[in-house]
Structure formats: C-alpha cells, structure tokens
Ligand binder design. Structure first.
Ligand SMILES: NC(=O)c1ccc[n+]([C@@H]2O[C@H](COP(=O)([O-])OP(=O)(O)OC[C@H]3O[C@@H](n4cnc5c(N)ncnc54)[C@H](OP(=O)(O)O)[C@@H]3O)[C@@H](O)[C@H]2O)c1
Length: 279
C-alpha cells in the first residue's frame, strides 16, 4: 500500500483515535487533530509519522493553522477524515435554539470549514480522498434524532454534491455511515441531552435517555475494525460514495430503502399527476 498523509478531526477518542492509531501502524503519516492535542499524545505517544494538533472544528483560525502545519510537515494531505462530532439526543421541543446551533456548528459548519481549508491542497495535488463521517442517522430518523439526524442528513447531501464537484480533480468523497460503535459517543463526556423539559414529553424523554444510557460502552460495533475498513477504502482506486459500517447500519439502510420504495410506488400516480410540460 502506498503511504499517504491523513488529516483526521476528532482524533482524541473513539473512531478518530482508533483510525489515527491504525493509519500510523500501517505506515501512513497522520495529522491527528482534536481540541486538546495533548489527549492525542497521551493516547498514541510520540511517533515520527504523527503530528498532533489543536483543532476545534468550530474555530476557523485553528483550522487554517492546522492545515498549514500539516503541509509544512508532510507536504500535502491525501486523505481528510471529517470525523469530529457529537450527538444531541434530546427531543426537538425540549431543545433550545442554542442546542440547535451548537449541534450544527460542530457536525455541519465545522465539517464544511475543514473541507473548505483542505480542498485547495487536494486540488493542487490533483488527488485526494475526503471521508465524511455521517451515521445511520444520515439516512433515517427517529424520536431523539431531530437535531443529530438533521446534521447528518446535511452531511450526506453535502457529500453527494461535493463528490460531483471535485471528481474532475481526482478527489474522491466517501460518506461513512456507522451504526452503533463502541466509543464515548453515548458517554456523558460526549452526548448531550435536553436541559429543558416539557411535561407532555416527560415519559418519552426519560425512556429514550434510559435507552441510550443503558447502551453506553455496550455497542456491538468495533472502532478498531472500522478503522481497518477506512484504510481499505482509502486504498481503493474507485472508492464508494457511501459505506455503511456494521450489520445494524445495513439493516437500517434496508428498512429505509424499502419504505422509500413502498411509498414511492403507493403514490406514484399522484406524483405523476403533478406533471405539466417544460415552458
Ligand atoms: N459511535 C457511534 O455509535 C457513532 C455512530 C454513528 C456516527 N458516529 C459519528 O462518528 C464520529 C465520531 O464519534 P465517536 O463515536 O468516535 O465519538 P466520541 O468517542 O465521543 O469521539 C468524538 C470525537 O469528536 C471530537 N469532537 C467533538 N466536538 C469537537 C469539536 N468541536 N472540534 C474538534 N473535535 C471535536 C471529540 O474531541 P474531544 O475529546 O475534544 O471532546 C472526540 O475526539 C461523530 O461524527 C459521530 O457522529 C458515531
């Protein structure tokens, strides 16, 4: 496998950390970024191929500095992994405008900003691969996912469109949609729940919170195996536009595809009844 330069956001814990570890072990150069680069060094130690950098994806000056430092050290960026993110898993009416904005700042606008900073490097090289970490919540939704899933749907629409814009420069885009992966995602250090309450939702809200708390650190999906899948996808000549990670992710995708098809067919005549003709 040719050695590549990886730039990974949210590499202090979970999927990003395991990916940084695996990429280094495979002989790649890795710019591993997180809000506190010391967390990365504590987890991975120092390594000739490792550049640990402070990067809060909501901070544009840190983004520019991290990309510049990576170019200075490694001379380019072959693979960008937009992985940093968290789940706000409260119900919509129990969320605040600040909750909404914070969720989008990290999961969507942060991802946009990092991509915007890295694409000129990849265009100049006439090659690159952007991985955008979405979720099963990027193709489906359920109670408690109104904010989180809408950010991941945004990531999916962005990625599909971007792929078409940059393919002429030899840049691939791959959406990675994991199911439940055993990380800190559902841990109090990462997940956010509603801080306001609405009586009508009290029972549902408590049930869902209990559901997620019971599953924290119990998830079946293995971040080490997911990291290996990233490495394999990054080595492919024609990588997929979307990759589902985990059997649960495949099942959720199948259910969603079947339901889209069933409703599409059930209402096809009404859909066509809207047709006029182009002016
Ligand atoms: N685990 C799952 O079941 C699952 C399923 C589907 C999708 N995902 C997605 O996978 C990605 C990684 O999540 P994970 O499961 O590895 O969760 P995690 O263990 O909680 O790790 C999240 C990582 O994102 C970082 N992060 C959060 N906000 C950030 C910000 N503003 N700037 C920079 N870094 C930030 C965290 O850094 P700090 O240490 O500084 O907080 C941490 O490194 C997320 O996009 C998540 O939505 C996870």
């Amino acid at each position: 496998m040719t050695s590549q330069t990886w730039f990974i956001t949210g590499a202090s814990r979970g999927i990003g950390l395991e990916l940084a570890r695996a990429a280094l072990a495979a002989g790649h150069r890795v710019a591993a970024t997180s809000r506190r680069h010391a967390d990365i060094v504590a987890a991975l130690g120092t390594h000739e191929g490792l550049l640990a950098l402070d990067l809060d994806v909501t901070d544009s000056s840190q983004i520019a500095a991290a990309v510049a430092a990576t170019q200075a050290r490694f001379g380019g960026i072959d693979v960008l992994v937009n992985n940093a993110g968290y789940g706000y898993l409260g119900l919509f009416e129990e969320s605040t405008e600040d909750d909404v904005r914070a969720q989008f700042e990290t999961n969507v606008f942060g991802l946009f900003a990092v991509t915007r900073a890295v694409l000129p490097v990849m265009r100049a090289q006439r090659r690159g691969h952007v991985f955008n970490v979405s979720s099963v919540g990027g193709i489906s939704g359920a109670a408690s996912g109104s904010l989180y899933c809408s950010t991941k749907f945004a990531v999916e629409g962005f990625s599909i469109s971007l792929a078409d814009e940059v393919k002429g420069f030899g840049i691939h885009v791959t959406i990675v949609g994991p199911g439940y992966i055993r990380t800190d995602f559902l841990d109090a250090r990462s997940v956010r729940f509603a801080t306001t309450s609405v009586d009508d939702y009290a029972a549902l809200s408590a049930e869902l919170r209990g559901f997620f708390e019971d599953r924290s650190h119990q998830q079946a999906g293995d971040p080490v195996r997911l990291a290996e899948a990233f490495l394999q996808l990054a080595a492919e000549k024609a990588p997929p536009l979307r990759f589902s990670a985990g059997s649960d992710a495949l099942e959720i995708l199948d259910t969603r595809l079947a339901s889209l098809k069933q409703e599409r067919d059930a209402y096809a005549d009404l859909s066509r009844s809207v047709d006029g003709s182009w002016a």
